[in-house]
Design a protein around this ligand. Structure first.
Ligand code: F6P
Length: 415
């Protein structure tokens, strides 16, 4: 199957699977898209490329579709790089036409594929290379007027690195963690909230039947939006997030208070990155040491300590379950929701967010804009320089209305 001759959409899943499968094939040398982009140039129209980078999330295809269809409607030429910056480095791409943008709105994942590689430290079979100049050359060769990168925190840092090399780049925010700054929501977040909320609902009945504590690990390694929102929506009794270091004795006391009232089960929504007060202190000290290191050796040592703390943290939720078992006398169980939260059909909110951001992004390109993230603020579309988004984590503010609601309801936040 040729990369740019994907069939139209008689069966959604089959086509989507075909699309994904193509991404793993070596790209054929194909002159045809080159011609169509030259034609676009002749008519003073634009050539754009799209890529998706970082962890996938539901709604990415809706964004690709919105950008692609809006651009095609203007008579522009659109290509999609495979597998994020890696595919761009290897110049693996497909031309996006009406027929391969059809039928993907409701499909999870990304038909373009993704990767977590960083342009300035790209791991290749020949070792780690700084690929920025090569990526800039790829843009020139394809005569790109704009490169649209759809991604989260890491992608915004990478986009900034490429913008600094002169690539006309625009970004859309995507992450189930919802931790990208300067947008009220990111593509994938709302779907993940629904999935995690449903999981908590289901855990309730079994926890109730067995009089158990069930700890549900919810994604979010640096920000607690997902655990907080799903925890509150699902009526979790305890919600633990990275922004509020917890004290295990206080959690146990909250569970014991419930048990004393006759409610012998509890649901605890635990964000991946939630840490105890002591662990948070140790982690912050190691990160601070890395940031203030005066030489390479100090940097290396600090990095090793952070990596060790991260590795130790991996089974934190199991340690916490054992501690609560001991402290409360109640049986404790752990459920890790994991990648289920990132898969499957996007919610209507994510489809609309992706569609609004994707179409607005093309309007901005038409106006000659680049170096910006196209984000959302309620019904409004916002644009923010990528330099202000990159490296700027959107944490849950401690006075956020959801935090206040949780406290009013008597939900323990572990502090
Ligand atoms: O950033 C999104 C996210 O799903 C995080 O919540 C999670 O910690 C991480 O990605 C997992 O990354 P990976 O896909 O590389 O395992």
């Amino acid at each position: 199957m040729k990369e740019n001759t994907l069939a139209p959409t008689p069966g959604l899943l089959r086509d989507a699977a075909g699309f994904l499968f193509c991404g793993t094939m070596k790209p054929p040398k194909n002159k045809q898209p080159e011609k169509s982009r030259d034609r676009a140039r002749d008519e003073n129209k634009k050539n754009i490329a799209i890529l998706t980078a970082g962890g996938d999330s539901p709604g990415l295809n809706a964004a690709i579709r919105a950008i692609g269809k809006t651009a095609l409607d203007k008579g522009w030429s659109v290509i999609g790089f495979r597998d994020g910056f890696l595919g761009m480095l290897e110049d693996r791409w497909i031309e996006l036409k009406k027929e391969n943008l059809a039928g993907i709105l409701t499909i999870g994942g990304t038909v373009l594929g993704t990767s977590r590689l960083k342009p300035h430290r790209m791991e290749t079979p020949r070792g780690t290379v700084d690929a920025r100049a090569k990526l800039a050359a790829t843009c020139k060769r394809h005569k790109l007027d704009a490169l649209v990168c759809i991604g989260g925190g890491g992608t915004h840092k990478n986009a900034l690195r490429l913008a600094e090399k002169g690539i006309p780049i625009l970004t859309l925010p995507k992450t189930i963690d919802n931790d990208v700054a300067h947008t009220d929501s990111s593509i994938g977040y709302s779907t993940a909230v629904e999935i995690a909320t449903e999981a908590i609902d289901r855990l309730h009945s079994t926890a109730h039947s067995h009089h158990r504590i069930i700890l549900a690990e919810i994604m979010g390694h640096r920000a607690g939006w997902l655990a907080l929102t799903a925890g509150l929506a699902g009526g979790a009794d305890v919600i633990l997030i990275p922004e509020i270091p917890y004290d295990v004795d206080r959690i146990a006391a909250a569970i014991k208070r419930r048990a004393a009232r006759g409610t012998k089960f509890s649901i605890i929504a635990v964000a991946e990155g939630a840490r105890s007060i002591d662990d948070t202190k140790a982690y912050e000290a190691a990160q601070h040491a890395g940031k203030t290191a005066r030489n390479d050796e100090q940097k290396r040592v600090a990095k090793t300590v952070v990596e060790k703390l991260d590795a130790d943290h991996e089974d934190n939720i199991f340690r916490l379950a054992r501690q609560l078992n001991t402290l409360t006398g109640l049986e404790s169980r752990v459920t890790i929701l994991g990648y289920v939260q990132r898969g499957g059909t996007p919610s209507y909110r994510d489809r609309l967010l992706a569609t609004r951001l994707g179409t607005a992004c093309v309007e901005k390109i038409a106006e000659g804009k680049s170096g910006i993230m196209v984000g959302s603020d309620g019904d409004r579309i916002t644009t923010t320089p990528i330099s202000k988004v990159a490296g700027n984590l959107k944490s849950v503010p401690l006075d956020h209305p959801l935090i206040r609601s949780a406290r009013h309801l008597g939900t323990s936040l572990g502090d």
